[in-house]
Design a protein around this ligand. Structure first.
Ligand SMILES: Cc1ncc(COP(=O)(O)O)c(C=O)c1O
Ligand SMILES: Nc1c(O)cccc1C(=O)C[C@H](N)C(=O)O
Length: 406
């Protein structure tokens, strides 16, 4: 399918219900940012709140701010804002730690109730999910297994007790059918921990409606919480009381300021908290979430798909293959396009101000956050990708020097 005409692109921008959201971001001039699926740019509100929280709450309020500035409840109030974006209720989401650590907490608690069963991930899923389960397996003495891609719970080895799976795959951008997987998992007695890292803030998620019990997600990608922003955890309300995770720290205690010996878990979602919340980092994430205020996630997902379609049309004109769902198909917020010199093509584009990333061995990955990207920008970026490929600009030596972070 050929690229649209410029008039069609202008019409899409004129009719875009999300176009006002761009003003909520502080983006550099001369950049078309196609990597918000890895590190979102700063929302203006996050920068304001960081300054205020540091200078006023910390600088003037000092320790009083734990009470007066709502610091103690920040993991929960931020969780409540996240709940709307994933289709959960207030009290089911808490902000803490990192994705990897939260996977450990949930998987360790769940596998403990299933002696002899294995913890598993899909082969080729984001590596940290498997790495942390391997570590858990060594510690807890439970088996660790890989599941072949696409194997649904009905066809899965019945010795698997806990599966961690991405809701949007970090390479292909395929969206998992959460409702179908949970329905099958219910039949087979499998617990699924959804990794929402590439899904939250982009896909129109309805965790409760779809029967999801447990999930974790990342704060620094489409949610724009800042580099290394804290992660979040979802646990369905009726299951919270059964969770006995091993990272029991004082702020998950039912009464931390009683300072008693002996751990008693909080009765609510607070039991997932281990330590002092990283206040400045969570403040940034909570403020960043305001960029989503009033936005319909169904519109967000739809625009991302249309933006991705433009890149896939350009790839089609270049004769390049994609591993992502095709034009018009439902997918996450990025597309991956194959090119034998993909690393160098991405570097050449970065030199032109078009920032995407590269995933080994040959994948050019471009992410499309619908909150701050216009159709015209993505169209221009697609034309520039075509020029870089067609003129072989990527062959220049400076674009073939590998950097540590790709
Ligand atoms: C699917 C997925 N899970 C987990 C992570 C890592 O999360 P963290 O660095 O918070 O442990 C990432 C990206 O870094 C990811 O893409
Ligand atoms: N978290 C990252 C980092 O600290 C440095 C570079 C990249 C990242 C990422 O988030 C990678 C990302 N999860 C991915 O999907 O590839």
């Amino acid at each position: 399918m050929a690229l649209p005409e410029r008039e069609e692109i202008a019409r899409l921008d004129a009719d875009d219900p999300l176009k006002g959201a761009r003003d909520r971001f502080d983006l550099p001039d001369g950049v078309i940012y196609l990597d918000g699926n890895s590190l979102g740019p700063p929302p203006r509100r996050a920068l304001e709140r960081l300054e205020e929280a540091a200078r006023v709450e910390w600088g003037r309020g000092l320790i009083k701010s734990w009470n007066d500035a709502g610091w103690m409840d920040l993991p929960l109030t931020t969780g409540a804002k996240l709940a709307r974006l994933i289709g959960a209720d207030e009290g089911e989401v808490v902000c803490a730690d990192t994705v990897t650590i939260l996977i450990f907490k949930l998987a360790a608690a769940l596998i403990r109730t299933r002696p002899g069963k294995a913890v598993a991930v899909e082969r080729g899923d984001f590596p940290t999910d498997g790495y942390v389960l391997e570590g858990l397996s060594r510690l807890a003495g439970c088996p660790f297994a890989y599941v072949e891609p696409g194997t649904s719970p009905a066809d899965m080895n019945k010795d698997i007790g806990v599966l961690v799976r991405s809701a949007v795959h970090y390479k292909t951008a395929e969206i998992a059918d959460i409702a179908r997987w949970e329905a099958e998992a219910k039949q087979t007695g499998l617990d699924i921990v959804w990794d929402l890292s590439h899904a939250t803030g982009l896909v129109d998620l309805h965790l409760k409606r779809d029967g999801a019990k447990y999930a974790v997600g990342c704060g620094y990608k489409f949610l724009n919480g800042g580099p290394g922003a804290p992660a979040f955890l979802y646990c369905r309300s009726d299951l919270i009381g059964d969770i006995d995770h091993p990272l029991t720290g004082w702020l998950g205690h039912a009464a931390p300021f009683d300072f008693t010996d002996g751990y008693v878990p909080a009765g609510d979602i607070r039991r997932f908290i281990t330590s002092s919340p990283s206040i400045l980092a969570i403040t940034s994430l909570k403020a960043a979430l305001e960029a989503y205020d009033g936005l319909d996630l169904a519109r967000v997902e739809e625009k991302a798909r249309r933006l991705g379609d433009i890149f896939l049309q350009a790839a089609g004109e270049l004769g390049l293959a994609t591993i992502s769902p095709g034009i018009g198909e439902r997918r996450g917020g990025h597309v991956c396009i194959r090119h034998p010199h993909g690393y160098a093509v991405v570097q050449a584009l970065i030199a032109r101000g078009i920032i995407g990333d590269f995933r080994a061995p040959d994948l050019m990955r471009f992410g499309f956050s619908p909150l701050y990207l216009s159709y015209a920008e993505v169209f221009d970026a697609a034309l520039q990708m075509m020029e870089v490929v067609e003129t072989r600009e990527y062959e220049r030596p400076e674009f073939n020097v590998r950097k540590a972070v790709t």
